[in-house]
Design a protein around this ligand. Sequence first.
Ligand code: PGA
Length: 253
Amino acid sequence: MKKRKAIVAGNWKMNKTVAEAIALAQEIKRDLADFRDVDVVLCPPFTALKAVGDVVSGTHIDLGAQNMHWEKSGAFTGEVSPGMLRDLFCHYVILGHSERRQYFGETDAIVNKKAKAALASNLKPIVCVGETLQERESGRMAHVVETQVRGSLAGLSARELVETIIAYEPVWAIGTGKTATSAQAQEVHALIRGVIQIMADETVAQSVRIQYGGSVKASNARELFSQPDIDGGLIGGAALEARSFIDIVRAGV
Ligand code: PGA
């Protein structure tokens, strides 16, 4: 029995119209509304946050966003603030996803500002880290992941670290159908927990939840989630269909 409760989040990325998002959320809610054994988070695109929030309101399913700006308000065309997300009853926000790092130039310093802003607004950040295939093959995986963890979470207090969720997502496994083996994933999760222990202490390190992400499916979720340092998952493709997402959530028990 693990000390930490698993958390499974669906990252819907740039998918689903409002009507489609409502239908998916309703199907998930029908099955999981009273399910308390795993924390469940739905992260639709900004445009569907309100509608999905209305569907899951009053259930144990939480709402999350996929990105945000670190400032409270101002002249930042196209951006959304932490307070705006709280206004829609978001409790989580994904930060520093590898697609944000790759296509939108997000650095560890930017992710760090966003993580601090999220925590200051009572949003739990889901901070993503992970190496590319080239980094892994050239033996730099541990260095890259440690640098991302330290940079993205720099200056967070022990209390803030415990509120933070880390998602280890090897870039080579995202949307490729190539999952890390449970042993490969466990190795990196243990490494991340070790970095948190150095940054804070043993109690904090043992409390922080670390999700795995990258081609998680109903067929491989249980094996991944049963590893000692894997506390659930961040799910992309398989979260777009209710049945597979529900099966993955239930694998977190
Ligand atoms: P995937 O995406 O499950 O489609 O590989 C995971 C993610 O990018 O969060």
